[in-house]
Design a binder for this molecule. Structure first.
Ligand code: ATP
Length: 425
């Protein structure tokens, strides 16, 4: 039987625009007698017959020059270059192709960014996280179309195993622990036993990873279809505690993640982050947000999680909707979604009603209408509006006429301003 031609398979898996760009890159490399390879996740996914996302190519030569020259001849395709790393990206309307110079890496200390120098394809494969990501398809030369698999990644793929390429892999770059747990869940694979021993031994090196890199990997795993499975595994491996000592994850929270997905097709990642921080104290939540170098919105969601949890007793009490709205309004929506998913009974019902209905409910009278009724512009206007909204939430007013009657009564002092107690009261 003839050997399968992986270039044909790759082309068949790619949408037309990236197939054309790949063809142009391959022709240009061939014309310059440079060896070009497809590598990494796209080759793995091809072998697993899973849809391929972005394509990664490795060139034994100057990748940015090749990429720039090719992009210049492709209408609508841009090229970005990081000369220091020898990497470049072709960006079309609906595709990205990374083209990198083959390189060897060495780590001066755990967690540091590696020192890179030009290397061979083998060097380039050896610096990768797992054997299943260290398989190449030759795109040029006599071997074009064949697999290059010096570390037997295909055998591990067939066996469903995640095997580190060498003993120091997790110590050099502990983000590989998060990546591995992500692949385990996504592909239904498991760590090969020796790899798992190295991982457990070196899990503490997660402490050496910078906040931005940790954040990137964490966000990637939160975007997977079932992040809770990955988080349970990371908890069991001691990886969450290595990220921050206060961080843990159990079955109850896993159920909350699943519930969040039932409520929203694509839960915002800020809601997932708030759920992750659900059990934390306010100071631990703030410390976690700082450790992960979260953006302002993400950090707000994480810091608001303990605040939302602290509202549970008040939200369980027999209170009117207007009181629940006063309690919930200061929270960012992400923390409220976490509350809906993590809590049960009245607090969850009330937060859901707030998100779906109450927060959109406005009085029929606006500021102009109230001024026309004789309410002086200024702080009192806001108070009257708030009072009208509370009355509407609690079913005390229904029509515009009801609202006007109430506004007049407030003005004449015959209707009390409903108190709007602060959260601490
Ligand atoms: P995904 O399907 O999740 O995008 P991917 O395999 O395409 O996964 P990328 O993060 O895009 O992953 O990285 C591309 C390739 O670069 C990987 O397949 C792997 O070979 C290598 N790689 C990425 N990050 C690391 C790392 N931290 N250590 C070693 N190799 C890595």
């Amino acid at each position: 039987m003839p050997e399968p031609n992986f270039i044909d398979k790759l082309n068949a898996a790619l949408p037309t625009p990236s197939r054309e760009a790949l063809g142009a890159l391959t022709r240009a490399a061939r014309a310059r007698s440079l060896a070009l390879y497809a590598v990494g996740g796209s080759v793995r996914d091809l072998l697993l017959e899973r849809p391929t996302q972005d394509l990664d190519l490795t060139l034994e030569g100057d990748a940015p020059t090749l990429a720039r020259d090719v992009a210049a001849g492709l209408p609508g395709v841009r090229c970005t270059v990081h000369s220091a790393f020898g990497t470049s990206t072709l960006i079309g309307d609906a595709f990205r192709i990374d083209v990198a110079s083959a390189r060897a890496e060495s780590y001066e200390r755990p967690g540091a960014l590696p020192a890179v120098r030009p290397g061979s394809l083998r060097d380039d494969l050896l610096r990768r996280d797992f054997t299943l990501n260290a398989i190449a398809v030759a795109l040029t030369g006599d071997d074009a179309g064949g697999l290059i698999d010096p570390f037997h990644g295909e055998t591990d793929l067939e066996a469903g195993l995640l095997r580190a390429l060498h003993e120091a892999g997790f110590r050099d770059d502990a983000t590989r622990i998060l990546r591995g747990a992500r692949y385990e869940a996504r592909l239904g694979f498991r760590f090969e036993p020796q790899t798992l021993r190295w991982l457990r031994r070196d899990v503490r090196y997660l402490e050496t990873i910078s906040g931005p890199r940790l954040r990137d990997e964490l966000l990637r795993l939160l975007h997977e279809p079932q992040p809770e499975r990955i988080l349970l595994r990371l908890d069991e491996l001691g990886a969450l505690a290595a990220i921050h000592p206060s961080l843990s994850f159990g079955e109850r929270r896993a159920a909350a993640f699943a519930r969040l997905r039932e409520l929203r097709d694509e839960p915002p990642v800020t809601a997932s982050l708030a759920l992750l921080a659900w059990e934390l104290t306010p100071s631990d939540a703030a410390a976690l947000a700082a450790r992960l170098a979260l953006t302002r919105r993400e950090a707000e969601a994480v810091r608001a999680a303990p605040e939302a949890k602290a509202l549970l007793p008040a939200l369980s009490a027999d209170i009117p909707p207007s009181r629940a709205v006063d309690l919930l309004s200061p929270l960012p929506a992400a923390a409220m979604w976490a509350l809906v998913a993590a809590a049960e009974g009245p607090p969850a019902d009330r937060a859901l009603r707030f998100l779906r209905r109450w927060r959109h409910l406005k009085p029929l009278l606006d500021g102009h209408a109230l001024v026309a009724l004789g309410v002086p512009p200024g702080p009192q206007l806001g108070e009257v509006l708030h009072r009208l909204q509370a009355a509407k939430l609690d079913g005390e007013v229904r029509t515009r006429h009801d609202e006007e009657t109430l506004a007049r009564a407030i003005l004449s002092g015959t209707a009390a301003m409903k108190t709007t107690p602060s959260r601490s009261s």
